[in-house]
Design a protein around this ligand. Structure first.
Ligand SMILES: C[S@@+](CC[C@H](N)C(=O)[O-])C[C@H]1O[C@@H](n2cnc3c(N)ncnc32)[C@H](O)[C@@H]1O
Length: 443
């Protein structure tokens, strides 16, 4: 089977993307199940990966290959929706028709499946005709699977090597972990994984980062139960490192969510931080509480609050503040293809991002470091927010991060970190390191 983390190399006359289906036939029941799951995921705004895991695990009588087939078809439709709608010549195609079009790209669509999907013989013939054309001749917004809002953002950014970026965003993401050094070093974790027949290797530049060669069941491993590692994309690990928190410092994670980066910060500093983790949603902090218990961190302070509002008086004077802002998540499309079509209130989101940066700056001590990060590719959520902040606060400065192992091409001429899946093998991230005015700058 081909490596799904690598873009498919085009062959003359057949450069279309195609789902990577397991051997064997696709049956109508699988097509209909994928269509049903797609409807629920898109209508209810559910996370695709978790929904698939739950739904497929509940179907105990289904064979392994059939589950894989439904999973692959579902994710492929979410990733390639514009391409499939173009093939169907219908921007309001049914999910069943989209699954049928996905099957046609894998040369696995037969007349029975086409009929089950609701395609008339004429529509099936038109699909076959369109599929016989060249992929490269499609409009770029279709080839890159961008809906109109995403296409506008893409154009505002104008990334270089757009084709390779688009391909990387369509691919499957690897599974990354960060080791908890209080349980042993990274090599010990890699050895332990090898003992469970899970192939893994260290991630270049990230001393705690581990990448699995293929997905594996991790939650049953003794190392997981013991808090020996957390699943975390390499891009998130770079956000943690950008803060450069030193043992003994007071650190504020203002948008901690379920705490992936909070735990990373604690690991980087061997637990020696006075860390306060906040989030608007108390249930996310509950998940962080459970994780910290497994992880062995008892000193973490958790605060549910709206960080766009004035912060409580004791949340001030922090050495380092992290704002891992809510965003469109466009950098994570590999893991969350359902976000490609999500409706976004762009103005409301930008206002929240500006306010969070404002509140975060007020909580930073003179000379302290503030890191603003998103997992978005779009300048409107990144450079625009930070540059507007610096224009309002000219005494603050942007600092160019000096992080050992960070690839040179990840730092822009302005000093922002921009990570891309095609260049750095991780989710797309934007990281800005800002220094508060003051005569006691952080190291
Ligand atoms: C990108 S996620 C954070 C992910 C998290 N840091 C991690 O590493 O797992 C953004 C978080 O911001 C939180 N958030 C959104 N609006 C907020 C607000 N007004 N105040 C505080 N948190 C907010 C969301 O609940 C969400 O958990």
């Amino acid at each position: 089977m081909s490596d799904p983390t690598q873009p498919r190399s085009p062959t003359p006359g057949d450069d279309w993307p195609a789902p990577d289906l397991p051997r064997g036939r696709t049956f109508p029941a699988q097509l209909l199940l994928a269509a049903d799951l797609l409807e629920r995921i898109t209508e209810q705004g559910l996370p695709a990966d978790r929904s698939l895991q739950r739904e497929l695990a509940a179907r105990r009588k289904m064979g392994r290959r059939d589950r894989e087939r439904v999973r692959e078809l579902t994710l492929f439709v979410l990733r390639q929706r514009q391409v499939l709608d173009w093939l169907l010549d219908d921007s309001a195609a049914s999910m069943a028709a989209r699954v049928a079009a996905a099957l046609s790209l894998a040369d696995a669509l037969d007349p029975v499946l086409a009929e089950v999907a609701g395609l008339t013989p004429e529509a099936a013939a038109s699909l076959a005709r369109r599929r016989a054309g060249r992929f490269a001749s499609l409009p770029w917004t279709v080839r890159f699977n961008l809906d109109p809002a995403a296409a506008a953002q893409w154009q505002a950014w104008q990334p270089d090597a757009p084709e390779t970026l688009a391909r990387a965003l369509d691919a499957r993401a690897p599974v990354d972990l960060h080791a908890n050094p209080r349980h042993g070093d990274r090599d010990a974790l890699i050895d332990e994984l090898a003992g469970a027949e899970i192939e893994a290797r260290g991630i270049a530049g990230l001393p705690l980062g581990v990448r699995l060669e293929r997905p594996a069941r991790l939650t049953r491993l003794p190392a997981f139960e013991a808090g020996g590692f957390e699943v975390q994309d390499a891009g998130s690990q770079w956000v943690v490192r950008a803060l450069q928190a030193q043992p003994g410092e007071r650190v504020l994670d203002l948008c901690a969510g379920a705490g992936g980066k909070s735990l990373g910060l604690l690991d980087e500093a061997r637990g020696q931080l006075r860390l306060t983790a906040c989030d608007l949603h108390p249930e996310r902090l509950d998940r962080l509480r459970t994780r910290t218990q497994r992880h062995g961190d008892t000193t973490l302070e958790l605060r549910a609050l709206d960080a766009t509002q004035a912060l409580p008086a004791d949340l001030a004077g922090f050495d380092r503040v992290l704002i891992d802002a809510p965003c469109s998540g466009s950098g994570t499309w590999r893991r969350h293809p359902e976000l490609r079509g999500a409706a976004i209130d762009w103005d409301g989101l930008a206002e929240t991002q500006c306010q969070l940066l404002e509140r975060g700056s007020q909580a930073t001590r003179p000379g302290g470091r503030l890191v603003y990060a998103t997992c978005s590719l779009w300048p409107a959520e990144n450079e625009a927010i930070v540059e507007a902040f610096l224009a309002r606060h000219p005494s603050w400065t942007a600092t160019r991060p000096t992080l050992e192992g960070l690839p040179d091409d990840a730092v822009t001429p302005d000093g922002w970190v921009r990570l891309r899946p095609d260049r750095h093998g991780c989710d797309g991230f934007f990281i800005a390191c800002l220094q508060a005015p003051g005569d006691r700058p952080t190291a």
